[in-house]
Design a binder for this molecule. Structure first.
Ligand code: NDP
Length: 415
């Protein structure tokens, strides 16, 4: 419980916390590093940075393999370091950065260097379990982490939060629902909270029948009605796995037990989360569905900065509606709830299997409904192999992740 109080405490401690950024504490400029700069969250972050040049400077930017896009961003934002995770993209990066004075690096060590550089805030926006090790490197430096990469908490929540607590890092959620919960919890005492309800848009297939879902294509699944996001999270939104991953994320971030977490389908994506209190009060946070609002808060907390998002006009929106999620058509949500209750390495296995299955769906090797089916079969197979025991170290988490991916791939090739 103590670790999960950390986020709720962040606001209270922000003004008094010792400065561990490694940058000049007298400077009004905050230095920002972005892990996953070429992605959807990365680019929304850099859009805000460009609009607030008097407040933010870029230290390090990373990508996986998109050297051209990374070099372009690094030059435009005057970064000091640019890193590609994939070593085969290093040559393209160095030649694109030739003569700019920006240092180029590659591979796991390069990512670690980017995450560990002196910075006021590290935005953790790599997609998938690949974000765990670099984000941990930033945590270990005691930095402020603007956490978009929910997979850190899904795969290694207890160990990750223990590292946050021992390093004194400050964790600020970027996921819109968790940013909303963070704001609605504010200074509340943990025992005042009865329930945290995350909202889900329901994705593009909210009203589809099982028969229709069977034939759903990647193009249809990638057409999210409200949010513009990377491919992986967009597919997770269509299966509702994203909401399941977010329940696990919320469990590690906030001082509640699993049974105090729920979700409700809210197709307008205006209300992001509701926090219910023991006195019957419910506090919610509302905003247009644009990630620049929660990112701006994480970058500037405890202050607020301008974000160029569409302002809410509730009269024009007219109706905000809420429905219970349908776990028959969207079984991924129930699977995620199950692994949260099971604990141990079950969430890590679920995440690994889901990453493999989503990639297979995007490559048209499996159908939409087979994503959740593959995850369920992988969890069963992992249970049979004794793979669901709690991991005692990050290395063990990484090894379970690798094994679970292998299992999921072999299930797919058999199926
Ligand atoms: P994108 O797919 O748009 O971007 C992913 C980023 O990670 C890119 O910079 C990509 O580089 C990099 N990357 C991919 N694989 C690796 C790897 N193996 N090693 C290092 N870097 C890698 O993702 P999103 O921005 O949509 O999502 C990022 C994270 O934020 C996810 O965890 C997601 O769940 C979370 N999130 C996203 C939201 C959104 O609105 N997009 C909302 C809430 C949470 P490259 O371009 O070279 O491939």
């Amino acid at each position: 419980m103590a670790a999960r109080e950390q986020v709720a405490r962040a606001g209270r401690e922000a003004e008094t916390a010792p400065d561990r950024s490694g940058v000049d504490p007298g400077s009004p400029i905050r230095r920002i590093s972005v892990l996953g700069a070429t992605g959807s969250i990365g680019q929304s972050t850099l859009d805000l940075v460009a609009r607030h040049r008097d407040r933010f400077q870029v230290e390090a930017l990373t990508a996986n393999a998109d050297a051209a896009k990374l070099a372009d961003l690094a030059i435009r934002h005057n970064a000091r370091l640019a890193v590609v995770a994939d070593p085969s993209a290093y040559e393209a990066l160095t030649s694109a950065l030739a003569g700019t004075g920006i240092t180029a690096a590659a591979g796991p060590q390069g990512l670690e260097e980017a995450a560990s550089r002196p910075a006021d805030c590290v935005v953790a926006a790599i997609v998938g379990a690949a974000g765990l090790v670099p984000t941990l490197a930033a945590v270990r430096q005691g930095r402020r982490i603007a956490l978009a990469n929910k997979e850190c908490l899904v795969t290694a929540g207890t160990l990750f939060m223990a590292e946050v607590a021992s390093s004194g890092a400050e964790l600020l959620p970027v996921d819109s629902e968790h940013s909303a919960a963070f704001q609605a919890i504010g200074m509340a005492e943990p025992d005042a909270i009865e329930q945290i309800t995350l909202t889900a848009s329901g994705g593009p297939f909210r009203a589809w029948s099982l028969e229709q879902l069977k034939a759903a294509t990647p193009e249809q699944a990638l057409r999210h009605p409200n949010w513009s996001m990377g491919a992986k999270i967009t597919i997770d939104s269509a299966t509702l796995m994203n909401k399941g991953l977010e329940l696990i994320e919320a469990y590690h971030l906030f001082p509640v037990e699993a049974h105090q977490l729920s979700c409700v389908v809210h197709p307008q994506s205006i209300v992001h989360c509701l926090v219910s209190y023991r006195d019957g009060s419910v506090l919610a946070q509302l905003s247009s569905p644009d990630m620049r609002t929660p990112i701006a808060l994480a970058l500037s907390w405890p202050r607020r900065i301008d974000a160029p998002t569409k302002r809410l006009d509730l009269a024009a929106i007219g109706q905000l509606t809420f429905d219970a999620p349908d776990e028959t058509r969207f079984p991924a949500l129930g699977l995620a709830r199950g692994v949260l209750a099971a604990g141990g390495a079950a969430p890590a296995v679920l995440n690994a299997a889901n990453e493999v299955a989503v990639a297979a769906f995007l490559e048209r090797r499996i159908g939409f409904l087979e994503i959740a089916r593959t995850v369920a079969e992988c969890l069963d197979a992992a249970h049979g192999k004794g793979l669901l025991r709690a991991a005692g170290s990050i290395d063990e988490v990484l090894s379970i992740d690798r094994e679970a991916r292998g299992l999921a791939r072999s299930l797919l090739s058999e199926g």
